[in-house]
Design a protein around this ligand. Structure first.
Ligand code: AMP
Length: 307
């Protein structure tokens, strides 16, 4: 298997200034694996859902080459549910409801067929569960990437530190980077985070793009300026899935390739926000993706003569 994703497969209810949804399919693991399926056909997911989760979605995932042997279905139990409401600027949101349900006692079982995988993407989950997966793998993947959030910094700081020490790449947003490092400057924040374990750090700044830090290098990728942002839920996960899918497909963990992967992730994330949930990601083809990558190139392409 090329890539394993660990992450929530969930129901979300979202409210934005443009509209409101009932329970729709969401979850970090769903967005990540859907996004990486544009690049890898040989991937698996480790997650858990309840009996109430639609079979139809599981079939769609399978059709995209996502192996579901690592996805546990708990009979008589309910799927994780999250509900959030966005403020007018769409850059900030409030969590209204978090019902852990099946995630409460999640024991991430690694199927034998997933052993020997080259790449591992740890979506936002408890740091204990993330570490359990790393420890259960018999061979260390070539690259382990991880996402986390303020919630875990507040309630599981020590566990988070132990898991961070084991990963190669941390992908977080600016607010989280500041909380984790206790530094306002993102350059200083990235430096401090690198001292905790990961050699690569990516700091996402929503509609203001993303920064990649490695050694003394810094790379910046803009977000595509869009006329309409409908629902930012899962944009970060789509970014991470695109990035890891690209790296897994190219099988190259150099800094130069990581830069291209950041653009691939940014391009897919720019689609994700155009409709509610996973709707837009399911509509687009690899041709749409390629066209958008070209828009990124055009956006930042300039020549300037120095005096
Ligand atoms: P993002 O917009 O990238 O922060 O990701 C949103 C997704 O994360 C939603 O689809 C939620 O289902 C999922 N999510 C929200 N809170 C949690 C949590 N505490 N644990 C796992 N997944 C979560």
């Amino acid at each position: 298997m090329r890539l394993i994703t660990v992450g929530s497969v969930a129901f979300d209810a979202i409210e934005t200034p443009f509209g409101k949804t009932d329970k729709i399919v969401g979850g970090a693991g769903t967005f990540i694996s859907l996004s990486s399926s544009f690049f890898v056909k040989d991937q698996g997911i480790i997650s858990v859902v309840g009996e109430d989760f639609p079979n139809e979605t599981l079939l769609e995932m399978k059709q995209r080459g996502i192996d579901l042997e690592g996805l546990q279905i708990k009979l008589g139990e309910k799927t994780f549910f999250w509900s959030g409401k966005y403020h007018n600027d769409m850059n900030s949101r409030d969590t209204i409801i978090t019902e852990l349900n099946v995630l409460e006692n999640f024991d991430p079982i690694v199927p034998v067929s997933y052993q020997g995988s080259d790449y591992l993407m740890l979506g936002n989950l408890s740091p204990q569960v993330q570490r359990m997966v790393i420890e259960r793998l018999t061979k260390r993947p070539k690259l382990i990437a991880m996402d986390t959030m303020n919630f875990w910094m507040d309630i599981a700081w020590d566990e988070l530190m132990k898991t961070l020490a084991l990963v190669d790449l941390l992908i977080i947003n600016d607010e989280e980077a500041r909380q984790l490092s206790k530094e306002y400057s993102l350059v200083r924040a990235a430096k401090k985070i690198k001292e905790l374990g990961p050699k690569y750090v990516i700091i996402k700044k929503g509609e203001h793009g993303a920064l990649l830090f490695y050694g003394e290098h810094i790379f910046f990728a803009p977000a595509l300026p869009l006329e309409e942002v409908f629902d930012p839920t899962g944009a970060g996960d789509t970014f991470a899935g695109g990035l890891m899918g690209y790296i897994a497909q190219t099988d190259d963990i150099s800094y130069e390739n990581m830069k291209r992967a950041v653009i691939a992730g940014s391009a897919l994330a720019s689609f994700s926000v155009e409709k509610f949930g996973t709707e837009r990601l399911k509509e687009i083809t690899i041709k749409d993706y390629e066209k958008r990558v070209q828009e990124f190139v055009t956006l930042t392409d300039y020549r300037i003569n120095t005096l």
